[in-house]
Design a protein around this ligand. Structure first.
Ligand code: GDP
Ligand code: MG
Length: 417
């Protein structure tokens, strides 16, 4: 089986530790016609370097590019001797790069509800080998959490440690108690204590309960952190993955099934059906609003901006940026609604002598657009939202004057040009 597409580096860290967004690559992935208006599911794998992230993503790629029947009966795993390809794994010459990669081909699939979605696979890279790169890696971790709907936190050390949890303090809790993120899955690699907690999600849940339980005499800091994580994600789960076997150490290891331990393969099947199953395959939402691929493009831009300032952004500034990007999208959606309705009644494809009073049409569609904006759930202050609503009214009014010659009560101005 050959996968189409390739890994595209969408976020790069420059030598001076500033971050750059590869706008062209991101546009090619998110803004193509068959994808841009679809809700997106963003599955990210993040965590320390050389932890088997890219290796695992390539199995996810196989799963997602297989027909539904093969996903169900396990034959998606492919042939015994097929080398594992896709995201580049085992390091190689680019081993010191830090950044975020996306698979160039969004994988179109349906949710159990029948809704069509685009699934994006996101890989992260980082080294954690010096002070400055540790900062870069935390930044990449934060960014990937902010733009994903399923964050798989890959833990190669065989357990969950306190400092792993600390990376998850990203965003302030919302006043209305809504959760900022969707799915967090701790993926513990090389789990060696299967006599204590069994491999898979069931054992993982018990292990996670032990780690995240808030006990009475716990230091305040520790219990706060735990509460914060549980309040930030709608679903927090854990999967205990067995060791793939000693072949991984061989220089000629290709990642084919016949080189892997049967236990590892069995759990690979369970992991893929759990991550891409009904409970975890979640559309990216921000503040309860489902994201389309093109909205995600806006958020990428917004977050890059704040991570590029000299200090590590505080949870407050992340919230603020999220709120601002949300307002921008809400205005754009309302404006588009107005434009579509006007074009249908009065645009180029409308009858040449429209049977509408333009002033009336404008007033009606403006108030419908305002209602859409007002009805969109928003973060941030009332004042900011009011300001944007004013802007919306202004923009829509200008469109009506320029495109439709509002004062002449005529649809024709643009057409006669
Ligand atoms: P990444 O830096 O996290 O993307 O790691 P890679 O996917 O490039 O894998 C790094 C190395 O770990 C490769 O040599 C893989 O063969 C090996 N590897 C992959 N999965 C596992 C695993 O579950 N356990 C162990 N011990 N090694 C693994
Ligand atoms: Mg990698």
């Amino acid at each position: 089986m050959t996968e189409t597409g390739q890994a595209e580096q969408v976020v790069d860290v420059r030598d001076d530790h500033s971050y750059s967004l590869n706008v062209d690559a991101l546009k090619k992935i998110l803004m193509r016609d068959e994808v841009k208006d679809l809700p997106v599911v963003v599955v990210s794998l993040a965590g320390a370097y050389r932890g088997g992230k890219s290796f695992m993503l390539n199995f996810f790629l196989r799963y997602l590019t297989s027909p539904v029947s093969a996903r169900e009966d396990g034959t998606w795993l492919g042939d015994d001797s097929e080398p594992l390809e896709g995201f580049s794994w085992r390091g190689g010459s680019k081993r010191n790069t830090v950044g975020i990669l996306l698979w160039s081909e969004p994988l179109l699939t349906s949710l159990p509800s029948g809704e069509k979605v685009a699934v994006l696979l996101m890989d992260t890279q980082g080294t954690f080998d010096s002070k400055s790169t540790i900062r870069d890696c935390s930044t990449i971790f934060a960014l990937s959490t902010l733009v994903s709907s399923v964050q798989i936190y890959n833990l190669p050390g065989g357990n969950i440690q306190e400092d792993h949890l600390q990376h998850l303090q990203l965003i302030n809790e919302q006043e209305d108690g809504a959760k900022a993120f969707q799915v967090l899955e701790f993926l513990v690699r090389d789990w060696a204590n299967d006599f204590e907690y069994a491999y898979g999600n069931a054992g993982g849940q018990l292990y996670l309960d032990e780690i995240l339980t808030i006990v009475p005499d716990q230091a305040n800091e520790l219990s706060e952190l735990r509460r914060h994580i549980l309040d930030s994600f709608e679903t927090v789960s854990c999967f205990l993955m067995p060791h793939p076997g000693m072949n991984v150490r061989r220089p000629d290891f290709k990642g084919s099934l016949n080189e892997l331990e049967p236990d590892f393969i069995d759990n690979l099947k369970d992991l893929a059906s759990s991550i891409f199953g009904a409970k975890k395959l979640k559309v990216k939402t921000i503040n309860g609003q489902p994201m389309k691929a093109r909205d995600l493009f806006t958020y990428f831009n917004t977050y890059m901006g704040i991570f590029n300032s000299n200090k590590i952004p505080s949870p407050t500034s992340i919230m603020k940026a999220t709120a601002e990007a949300g307002l921008l999208l809400a205005v754009n959606a309302a404006r588009e609604q107005y434009e579509t309705a006007m074009a249908a009644a009065c645009g180029e494809k409308a009858p040449s002598v429209p049977a509408v009073d333009l002033q009336e049409l404008h007033t009606r569609e403006l108030s419908a657009a305002r209602a859409t904006f007002i009805g969109t759930k928003k973060m941030g202050s009332k004042e900011d939202a009011e300001l944007r609503l004013g802007k919306l009214t202004e923009v829509v009014y200008n469109i009506s004057v320029i495109t439709y010659d509002l004062f002449e009560h005529s649809c024709v101005s643009q057409r006669s040009l």
